[in-house]
Design a protein around this ligand. Structure first.
Ligand code: ZN
Length: 173
């Protein structure tokens, strides 16, 4: 899923359309909300695809504010701090194998190709199926949280500010 943001009254090509994937949009709008809750907070349903947005005046105001944070280095500082925060996120124990790196292969038990193909020893509850390397953590027993997080970049803010400047108001679909 992603977000398609359409300009209501574009005065240039860059004001016609802006698109972000779900993660990128989350990172971008969180930034707007953190710094400019007064304007960004007017968009109640920024995280759904049902056409909420800002009018021309507010879009322009948000564009100017974002431009200022681009010029005075606020965005760069935010990006640096955010990258640091991500790097410090602790790794967690893999939830599939409970940090063991291996799991019992129950696939043969639960989805036998044919009943008569199930090896006899798997039918006895005393015996567990063979251990296989866990596919979630590749056998390390560790799940990195860095992959779950939301991307953020100065360049994305730049593109969005440009869109906002020329869009004449927008709707998020
Ligand atoms: Zn695992």
């Amino acid at each position: 899923m992603g977000f398609d943001v359409y300009g209501a009254n574009p005065i240039s090509r860059s004001g016609e359309y802006f698109r972000n994937s779900h993660g990128w949009w989350l990172g971008l709008w969180r930034y707007c909300l953190n710094l400019f809750p007064g304007i960004a907070g007017k968009v109640e349903r920024w995280d759904t695809n049902d056409g909420d947005g800002l009018n021309a005046e507010d879009a322009m105001a948000l564009s100017r504010l974002l431009e200022e944070t681009l010029k005075d280095g606020t965005v760069r500082e935010y990006q640096r701090g955010y990258a640091e925060y991500l790097a410090k996120l602790p790794d967690t124990k893999c939830s599939r194998c409970n940090g063991q790196g291996e799991v019992h292969d129950f696939v043969e038990l639960t989805h036998p190709r044919q009943a008569d193909e199930v090896p006899m020893d798997l039918l006895f509850p005393m015996k567990l199926p063979p251990l296989l390397q866990c596919s979630v953590c590749d056998g390390t027993g560790i799940e990195s949280r860095r992959n779950e997080t939301v991307p953020f970049s100065e360049e994305n803010v730049e593109r969005f500010a440009e869109f906002l400047r020329d869009c004449g108001g927008f709707a998020i679909w």
